[in-house]
Design a protein around this ligand. Structure first.
Ligand code: ADP
Ligand code: MG
Length: 356
């Protein structure tokens, strides 16, 4: 069905029906001029917003709308996780071009809702406009955190150890597979097949290494529970979620904490899927892990005295380096040789990040 057949308010009505149920802290949700929310008096409000633009952040040739909705929610919840917070509410603003159907927007909100539901987060409002060119998606997430548990990017100190959750590089490698059209015989997952597989299997176990990498790109999982555990442990001195790439995001912690860092080249955790496909990708696995973005894992630092406690959290963590008093970022190889690491993640305006 065309959106023009339904009209702006008809479409908002559909979105409202798909919205997760109101929580007890939503006094007023979708439908009025603004939402009205209640937070526990002892908690601080966290607010973050992210813009996803067709042709810049996603390509409708290789993502389905359910995954797009999932990811739009995930990238915002990941920012709340990186502050040590609990995501509570989301707002979505869409600029929709002609050619997008009511069914596609409905699928988008189904994916959005699926991710929100798994974290007890509620959709409380948004805005809907037409766009002359391309689909625009802006998501705002609101979360809460005890003020003393907030983890910023500015608290890293020389001597702190650097940890990362999960594995790195899968998302960038998955994007490369999608872009280079390896949704082909070799992967056994054609584009159309991939879309229907993602729709039907959701996050069920991946069927191939290709599928695993692609799924991590299209449907990242924000590390909300892990971020919360790290925050409540009181062990982390700084934290960030990995959206632009390890080298780039670590440099942000370093800049804001006024420190340097040494990363162990061989210590960066890689998934079995990425290792398996190493020879088939354009670049070595380490390239995707260091410079590829959108892993949405958590990168944090902790003083040496807290390392034991961090390990006792039993999270999938890897220690990957050390904060130093210099201002440079370096990569240390297995023989102890150091080379300067340039922050090389994605920069929307093509500028080079300052390397101090
Ligand atoms: P206003 O003109 O006062 O901004 P709108 O008519 O744009 O109100 O929106 C009506 C209600 O629907 C508001 O509660 C708004 O938050 C909600 N809303 C509009 N678009 C969306 C959307 N894409 N997703 C979720 N809620 C939406
Ligand atoms: Mg409006």
């Amino acid at each position: 069905m065309k959106i023009s057949d339904l009209g702006e308010f008809g479409l908002i009505g559909r979105i409202q029906k798909l919205a997760p149920r109101k929580s007890s802290s939503t006094l007023i949700g979708i439908g009025d001029d603004a939402a009205a929310l209640k937070l526990p008096a002892s908690h601080t409000l966290l607010a973050t917003t992210d813009l996803l633009i067709e042709g810049v952040h996603f390509d409708l040739a290789y993502t389905d709308f359910h995954s797009l909705g999932w990811k739009a929610a995930a990238v915002n919840l990941s920012d709340i996780a990186a502050m040590g917070g609990i995501p509570r509410f989301c707002l979505t603003a869409l600029g929709i071009p002609t050619g997008i159907s009511v069914e596609q927007i409905t699928e988008f909100y189904r994916g959005f809702k699926a991710l929100l539901k798994s974290h007890g987060t509620t959709l409380i409002g948004g805005d809907t406009c037409s766009s002359r060119k391309g689909l625009f998606i802006s998501v705002t997430a609101l979360g809460e955190v005890e003020p003393r548990r907030i983890i910023t990017r500015a608290g890293a100190r020389p001597g702190d150890r650097i940890f990362v959750t999960g594995t790195l590089g899968d998302s960038a490698a998955g994007l490369e597979l999608l872009e280079s059209g390896v949704r082909s015989q070799e992967s056994g997952v054609r584009s159309k097949k991939l879309k229907s597989a993602l729709r039907t299997t959701r996050l069920s176990s991946p069927k191939s290494s290709h599928f695993a990498l692609i799924e991590r790109h299209l449907r990242p999982v924000p590390r909300v529970e892990w971020g919360r555990k790290i925050a409540l442990s009181g062990c982390a001195s700084a934290m960030i979620d990995l959206s632009d790439g390890l080298s780039s995001d670590l440099s942000r912690i370093c800049e804001q904490s006024r420190v340097g860092a040494e990363l162990l080249a061989n210590g960066i955790p890689l998934s079995d899927a990425l290792r398996k496909l190493t020879g088939k990708l354009a670049k070595p696995a380490a390239h995707y892990a260091l410079s590829g973005g959108e892993d949405y894992e958590l990168l944090f630092t902790a003083p040496p005295g807290k390392v034991k406690k961090i390990r006792s959290l039993k999270l999938p963590l890897t220690e990957i380096g050390l904060i130093t008093s210099g201002k440079t970022l370096s990569l240390v190889d297995s023989r102890g040789r150091k080379k300067t690491l340039r922050p090389s993640g994605y920069d929307h305006f093509g500028g080079r990040r300052a390397v101090k």
